[in-house]
Design a protein around this ligand. Structure first.
Ligand code: GDP
Ligand code: MG
Length: 488
């Protein structure tokens, strides 16, 4: 898909407004890429419609290009399609989107002696038993040990930990309810040993529902707060398997019934999820083998086709290769342009559309004043240091001379100091400092007030004047001022 998006960039050719014509070729190549990735046809169509709705007629946010904004629209649609909402965004507050967070925060957790029960279902070879071991490890770990927390900055860590301890840190019991393959019980026992979690089994002759029931009773007696039930699978969906799952489900009333599906099966995984849901009722999916060369079709299609969320993803054969499913991370991964998205997000966060429109209008009329200057430079500084922003642009990372950037940042700081020393009238009316008779004495007062030399002041004013003229010319050229003379 990222190849398609690189192609997309060419189609926009620096246009400032997205029109039907300018986005049509882009939509076409994105559609082709989605189908190539084995995304379900209906889901692909819905995605394209959504991107169109989000892009058509939209002005391009200041500080980003049309193709970057298009990619962001694509990203937002993917996010919606995969069930992303604010609480599930990995970069906001990683501790809040754990798919089991709802379990950890359930009010009856710890107040009753009913353990949380997680039932795993799926076809043979999908990765159920492996997922059982992985999930046991994940739930057993403290959140402090998890990768998401390790990736946080000190600051983020302190704030999340302070508000959310204790974390998972659960006492897990694994239940071996796959009685059809003798090796299945042993496989789970080995996994249990690896992750340090006890495995409950009644041997290969017992009834799966009975195994699950006794495991839950043992958990209550011995203070386990979580039971994960591994079940049998078949080669294909059959009624016998569904009936068995229904029985286990009725017996232990699991909090989560998770379908384990193989990402390599592409959009077939989505249909499988839908059929398991109608036959036994599931609460979500664990998408395995995402480390292989699956093309993303399953991840994009599952929720759109079945209505069920993906809760975890398996990314390898080892027990630690399980991650909560974060729609935003997956969307970035599918687009292959994660950093562009955070750049666009930051840029559009700082300039509301209304504010951007107001500034643009002023630019065209050359009314750009010191307040606007401040708004803009504040936007830059809120986006992080300029060097940081530049590094987020694909391919720009190495081309930036950081000494140069530091200089620019310093100049902006100096300008800000001067603007702070101006009065309201002066800020809104730069001519008072440029051409007015009182200009010289005003400038003297201001430079003194800001601790700068008069020469600094003169330099700033000449720079500002140049910038104002340049911006006005650029704005006219880019056609921002509709109805204005654009014969230039
Ligand atoms: P089950 O029949 O559903 O219980 O499947 P298993 O848990 O026995 O897994 C079947 C095979 O898939 C095993 O060889 C696992 O190592 C492998 N497997 C499971 N999950 C993953 C994963 O996320 N990535 C990779 N690469 N292999 C996996
Ligand atoms: Mg198994």
């Amino acid at each position: 898909l990222s190849a398609a998006l690189t192609e997309v960039a060419k189609n926009f050719g620096g246009k400032q407004r997205m029109t039907e014509n300018s986005i049509q070729p882009a939509l076409k190549s994105v559609r082709r890429a989605l189908l190539d990735a084995d995304v379900n046809l209906d889901v692909a169509t819905a995605l394209i419609d959504g991107v169109k709705r989000r892009s058509l007629g939209k002005e391009v946010t200041q500080g980003v290009t049309a193709e970057q904004q298009f990619i962001k629209a694509m990203y937002d649609e993917l996010l919606d399609m995969m069930g992303g909402d604010a609480s599930q965004q990995s970069n906001r507050n990683p501790s809040l989107q754990s798919p089991v967070a709802s379990l950890a925060h359930s009010p009856d957790f710890a107040t009753t002696n009913k353990p949380t029960v997680i039932l795993l279902a799926g076809l043979q070879g999908a990765g159920k038993t492996t997922a059982a071991g992985k999930l046991a490890l994940y739930l057993k770990e403290r959140e402090v040990d998890s990768d998401a927390v390790k990736q946080m900055s000190e600051e983020e860590r302190a704030s999340t930990l302070a508000s959310r301890l204790p974390k998972r840190n659960r006492r897990v019991l694994l239940a071996a309810a796959d009685v059809y393959r003798p090796a299945a019980i042993e496989q789970l026992q080995i996994l249990g040993e690896q992750v340090g979690v006890e495995v409950f089994s009644l041997g290969a002759d017992a009834d799966p529902a009975e195994i699950a029931k006794e495991a839950v009773e043992k958990a209550k007696r011995e203070g386990f707060d979580t039971v994960i039930v591994d079940t049998a699978g078949r080669q294909v969906v059959d009624e016998e398997l569904m009936e068995e799952l229904r029985r286990v489900k009725k017996t232990v009333e699991p909090d989560e019934t998770l379908l384990v599906v193989d990402a390599m099966t592409g959009q077939a995984a989505a249909f499988l999820t839908a059929s398991f849901d109608s036959a036994v009722g599931i609460s979500g999916a664990i998408l395995t083998k995402l480390d292989g060369d699956s093309r993303g079709g399953a991840a994009v299609s599952i929720r759109g086709v079945s209505g069920k969320p993906i809760k975890f993803v398996g990314v390898g054969e080892k027990t630690q290769d399980l991650e909560p499913f974060y729609p935003d991370r997956m969307a970035s991964r599918i687009l292959g342009m994660g950093d562009v998205i955070s750049l666009v997000e930051k840029a559009s966060m700082e300039v509301s559309d209304a504010e951007a429109a107001r500034i643009q209008e002023k630019m065209v009329k050359a009314e750009f004043d010191f307040d606007d200057f401040m708004t803009q430079s504040r936007m830059v500084s809120k986006m992080g240091s300029m060097a940081g922003v530049a590094r987020m642009l694909p391919g720009m990372g190495n081309m930036i001379d950081s000494a140069q950037l530091k200089q620019v940042e310093q100049r902006i700081k100096r300008s800000e100091a001067m603007i702070y020393s101006m009065n309201k009238k002066e800020r809104a009316n730069p001519d008072l400092l440029l051409t007015d008779r009182s200009a010289r004495s005003r400038l003297m007062r201001i430079t003194e007030g800001s601790g700068l030399s008069f020469d600094d002041g003169l330099a700033f004013m000449s720079e500002f004047q140049k910038m104002r003229t340049m911006i006005s010319r650029m704005a006219k050229q880019a056609g921002m001022g509709q109805g204005q003379d654009d014969s230039e």
